[in-house]
Design a protein around this ligand. Structure first.
Ligand SMILES: Nc1ncnc2c1ncn2[C@@H]1O[C@H](COP(=O)(O)OP(=O)(O)OP(=O)(O)O)[C@@H](O)[C@H]1O
Ligand SMILES: Cc1ncc(COP(=O)(O)O)c(N)n1
Length: 265
């Protein structure tokens, strides 16, 4: 009997103690589409659905140790880069990924769904210089795309096209909220990414889920365009099914149908 090869997605980012976003959200999103998730922690946040109260950064050497150790044994089919906090961390992660030979999804997390800042001041230039060239696709939200392009107030289509002009192979600018309005661009053109809008108040982790799903679908062999379109639909489903009894702020998305399962007893 032949055993099908398990696809492995690696997420490089930070822990969300609230469990809905960051590394914890990524693991659930990747698992929801049948991917094994390996994790490299760059930082730890003290966070819940109402905001971030503290953070701890993992020393750069230990980020490298985690990355080398995973790659030496497990290997990966695609990589996501999430919240990386400092320029020094961005530099070392980008350098390692430049030789990884697998798709790289960069979700340059700087602003949470609850509005908290998750980036050091020095990070924007470093993301532009180091991560754009290794990115198969960038997945910023609108605020992050404005920061990265330096064009505040520009429409999502222009932001996505500008990110590609700045060196990313492809970019999707997400817009959150019920109205949507996300745009994708790559070297071949641009299109609006369709999705339904939901007003459940369960968007915590939506951006993380979206980029983690893109990563997992690339690990399964989908094209970048197909992975983005499908991930957008699935992340929207996660908001629709969100866990509205969890937390008093922006509730977490749910990709595992936890809120719809019958109790085991
Ligand atoms: N109200 C909503 N209704 C339906 N889908 C949504 C909603 N909010 C978010 N989504 C889904 O989540 C995805 C990411 O949304 P959003 O722009 O809110 O991410 P973010 O958390 O701001 O991103 P980042 O991780 O880059 O900071 C969207 O592309 C969409 O698929
Ligand atoms: C550690 C960590 N990483 C990323 C996010 C972004 O969350 P969202 O997906 O809601 O934008 C977060 N809140 N915390």
């Amino acid at each position: 009997m032949t055993v099908a090869r398990t696809r492995v997605a690696l997420t490089i980012g930070s822990s969300d103690s609230g469990g809905g976003a960051g590394i914890q959200g990524d693991i659930k999103a990747m698992a929801s589409v049948g991917c094994y998730a390996a994790t490299v922690l760059v930082g730890v946040t003290a966070q819940n659905t109402t905001g971030v109260t503290g953070r701890f950064t993992v020393p750069v050497d230990f980020v490298v140790a985690q990355l080398d150790t995973v790659l030496a044994d497990i290997g990966v089919d695609a990589v996501k880069v999430g919240m990386t906090w400092s320029a020094a961390h961005v530099e070392v992660v980008a350098q390692k990924l430049s030789t990884a030979g697998v798709p790289v999804v960069v979700d340059p997390v700087m602003v949470t769904a609850a509005g908290a800042s998750l980036a050091g001041d020095d990070i924007v230039g470093e993301v532009r210089r180091r991560l754009f060239p290794v990115a198969t696709v960038m997945t910023p939200n609108r605020a992050e795309a404005e920061l990265l392009t330096g064009i505040p107030g520009a429409p999502p289509r222009e932001l996505a096209e500008r990110l590609v002009a700045l060196g990313a192979r492809a970019a999707v600018v997400t817009c959150g909220g019920a109205d949507g309005g996300e745009w994708f661009a790559d070297g071949a053109g641009a299109f609006a990414v369709p999705r339904p809008g939901h007003r459940t108040g369960a968007e915590h982790g939506a951006g993380c889920a979206h980029s983690a799903l893109v990563t997992a679908l690339l690990a399964h062999g989908l094209s970048t365009r197909d992975a983005v379109v499908r991930a957008t639909e699935l992340a929207a489903d996660g908001v629709r099914d969100g866990l509205v009894t969890v937390g008093r702020g922006v509730h977490p998305v749910d990709l595992l149908a936890l809120g719809h399962r019958s109790p085991p007893v």
